[in-house]
Design a binder for this molecule. Structure first.
Ligand code: SF4
Length: 97
């Protein structure tokens, strides 16, 4: 990462929070509209009422979160230092360290 970029991120107290987009259960799509923000949770499924195949994996938003979150730090690259997590494994509240 560019050193000035890192300094700026530190300066603005940038944080990466636990979210589906960096969870080991999140299916990363390569293409398609909104592929960066919408995808599928490979852990959770449900019985869909509209489609023929009854059981479906859950569609989720990359910024969402659930208590089954497990970090995939390989998705963080140079942003790993900005990743925040609480010792209890729950999503930190705004303003917590
Ligand atoms: S819904 Fe939970 S388990 Fe599924 S990708 Fe999101 S955080 Fe991970």
């Amino acid at each position: 990462m560019d050193p000035n970029k890192r300094l700026k991120l530190r300066d603005i107290r940038y944080e990466v929070r636990p979210a589906c987009g960096i969870c080991v259960h999140y299916l990363h799509k390569d293409t398609g509209p909104g592929a960066e923000l919408w995808s599928t949770c490979r852990l959770h499924s449900y019985d869909h009422q509209k489609h023929t195949e009854k059981r479906r994996h859950l569609s989720v938003h990359a910024t969402g979160w659930c208590p089954d979150f497990t970090a995939d730090t390989s998705q963080l690259g140079g942003f790993e230092e900005f990743y925040q997590k609480s010792s209890s494994g729950t999503r930190p509240q705004s303003g917590s360290a």
